[in-house]
Design a protein around this ligand. Structure first.
Ligand code: ADP
Length: 585
């Protein structure tokens, strides 16, 4: 199942135009600022073109004829042009960064907002790694590209067109001679990028492989140690590390050639202009000033060509990233509540499944024609082998998935006619895998009911038999826990999760009994806490312990998505069916 869940590494967008149009919709919210940025880019590019021209005027009109009175003016003008160019560059960058950050801020906001409205089946299909990568890497990629590339493309095109125009205007002949360098440049760049492309891809792949080994190593330390696999993992890491070193070395080496090559070609064009310009000026065809301007323009001209080539891939990969973000935004949200959906008032807790059929996959039959009823306040133990469909029943009760057939009723209301929020508010969970948030013990318990006072939290902890162990923690209720529940035991995490449910005070409880063994004393504490929590509530227990099964008001035995037995403990033992076989009498 996990083979089709690999994070996608696609670099090119499927729908370039459509995606760019959508990015534009985000950008266009700040049209005014964008306009200012463009004006600044026009200014900064214009000023950078004006500089060499003014230099040529200074040389030809003032220096060569030795007319020194006018010189300070033109030099002052040159200084002003360069200062203005710097100012325009500063503002274009400053404003563009603001626009980019606001844009990705909105994208992130939309994405977070949307994620909360997506149905559970969506999360079944995606790995956490993939979603994380979209929320972080892809958006970061868009942000980086917007920060610099938009301006760079714009100013590169302007500078390129401007330089070529000015060069042609100053001397068409010298322009043609300078241009002979272009084919050389393209050939050289192609030779390098062919090689760097290969090694960069290799490097990316090796990096990905090494990261996944590192991730496994970190999260699987216990398993690795307990199976004494340290050596094997180390060898694996060393191999990946070595591969990464080799590909990284060649990628860096070849890409290091690019500035060197540009430098060499710039010097060649300098030589060409100097020699050809010198010869032409002897014949009186060009002036010294024009030659000096040309030397500067030829530099201005090769840089944007290089930049444009570099930006192309960055932009494509950012657009592909944006497309992946938009794909999530396009995922269908959980079907909204029906217009006439009601809120449940003072739920008593009667629950009925009537001929319920359901499959995770289209056409699949995970549950077939399931019917049972739980009276308000009753405890129902659900038993059966792994994969029988116990968890699925619970998922359906919470309306995480839509039924294929039949109805589920709470207090005689069809749940599809009840507002989801109202339904879920009236249900509480105590699951095997207690989910703890980064935060204090108090915050973790308060998650059950956010407006609970500190006294309420403590009271709930007492009911859940958790108060004693919490008091013994170094910081008591203010002890900070992390997601792995660092510092507290598995059993203690269960007690916290029970306290959370006590605080939430739901009419219907869903309990997933721990399968792993807990020391007897904690086990007794948990059992006691659970039974006091279940007092007066309808509860469904995915039960593994005989004790729990014996005490339940009703037992439902499932196999392959069908109810095979239903009744009280005594009734089922009399039938000598599944339960009887399990008890092993
Ligand atoms: P139990 O809780 O009794 O062990 P489940 O209700 O978890 O069983 O699973 C019942 C069946 O549904 C199993 O065959 C399982 O493989 C399948 N299943 C469970 N969850 C999913 C899911 N998210 N997507 C697809 N199939 C699932």
């Amino acid at each position: 199942m996990s083979s089709n869940k690999k994070p996608s590494k696609r670099k090119r967008p499927d729908d370039l135009k459509g995606t760019i149009a959508r990015i534009w919709r985000y950008l266009s919210i700040q049209k005014g600022w964008l306009f200012l940025v463009i004006v600044m880019v026009v200014f900064s590019s214009g000023f950078s073109l004006l500089g060499p021209y003014l230099t040529s005027v200074a040389i030809d009109n003032y220096l060569v004829p030795a007319e020194l009175e006018g010189l300070p003016l033109i030099l002052g003008l040159l200084v002003a042009v360069y200062v203005l160019q710097s100012a325009a560059t500063f503002f274009q960058n400053f404003w563009m960064i603001g626009i980019a950050q606001k844009t990705v801020y909105r994208m992130r906001k939309d994405l977070f907002h949307h994620l909360h409205r997506l149905p559970i089946p969506f999360f079944d299909k995606k790995t956490h790694g993939e979603l994380m990568s979209r929320l972080t890497n892809d958006i970061e990629n868009v942000s980086r590209t917007l920060n610099s590339s938009v301006i760079q493309i714009f100013s590169s095109v302007l500078t390129l067109v401007g330089t070529v125009g000015l060069m042609l205007w100053l001397s068409p002949l010298l322009t043609l001679i300078t241009f002979t360098i272009i084919p050389l440049m393209f050939l050289g760049m192609k030779w390098i990028t062919n090689r760097t492309g290969h090694y960069f891809k290799e490097q990316q792949r090796n990096l990905g492989e090494m990261n996944s080994v590192i991730e496994e190593t970190l999260s699987g330390q216990q398993i690795i140690k307990s199976f004494s696999q340290e050596k094997r993992v180390l060898t694996q890491l060393n191999e990946k590390n070595e591969a990464l070193r080799t590909s990284g070395f060649w990628a860096m080496t070849y890409s290091g050639f690019i500035p060197k090559l540009m430098n060499v070609l710039n010097n060649v064009s300098f030589l060409l202009i100097a020699v050809a310009g010198g010869l032409l000026s002897l014949k009186g065809l060009v002036s010294i000033g024009v030659i000096v301007a040309f030397i500067q323009y030829s530099r201005l001209f090769t840089r944007p060509l290089n930049d444009l080539a570099n930006q192309f891939n960055t932009i494509l990969s950012a657009v592909a990233g944006a497309e992946r973000v938009f794909n999530i935004l396009d995922e269908k949200e959980e079907r909204p509540d029906e217009g006439d959906a009601v809120s449940l008032q003072q739920v008593k807790g009667k629950v009925a499944f009537r001929n319920v059929s359901f499959g995770y996959e289209k056409g699949g039959a995970t549950l077939t024609n399931l019917s049972f009823e739980a009276k308000a306040g009753e405890s129902v133990a659900i038993i059966g082998p792994t994969g029988a469909g116990k968890t699925t029943i619970v998922n359906l009760l919470m309306r995480f998935y839509e039924l294929n057939g039949g109805t589920i009723e709470v207090d005689d209301h069809d749940v599809t006619k009840v507002k989801r929020e109202s339904l879920r508010q009236n249900m509480g969970f105590v699951l095997q895998d207690t989910f703890l948030f980064n935060g204090t013990v108090r915050e973790n318990i308060r998650y059950g009911r956010l407006d609970a006072t500190d006294e309420d939290v403590e009271e709930a902890a007492r009911v859940a038999n958790a108060h004693t162990f919490i008091s013994r923690l170094s910081e008591g209720y203010d002890t900070v826990l992390n997601q792995d529940g660092g510092g507290i035991s598995y059993g203690q995490r269960q007690l916290l999760s029970i306290a959370r449910a006590v605080l939430a005070d739901p009419a219907i409880l869903i309990l997933d009994e721990a399968t792993s063994s807990i020391d007897t004393r904690t086990e007794i504490q948990i059992q006691k806490a659970l039974w006091s929590l279940m007092e007066g509530r309808t509860s469904f227990i995915i039960a593994h312990r005989l004790n729990t099964i014996q005490r339940a008001d009703q037992i439902i035995a499932l196999d392959q998505g069908k109810i095979i037995e239903k009744g009280t403990h005594e009734q089922l033992l009399e039938q000598k069916g599944y339960l009887w076989g399990q008890v092993g009498t």
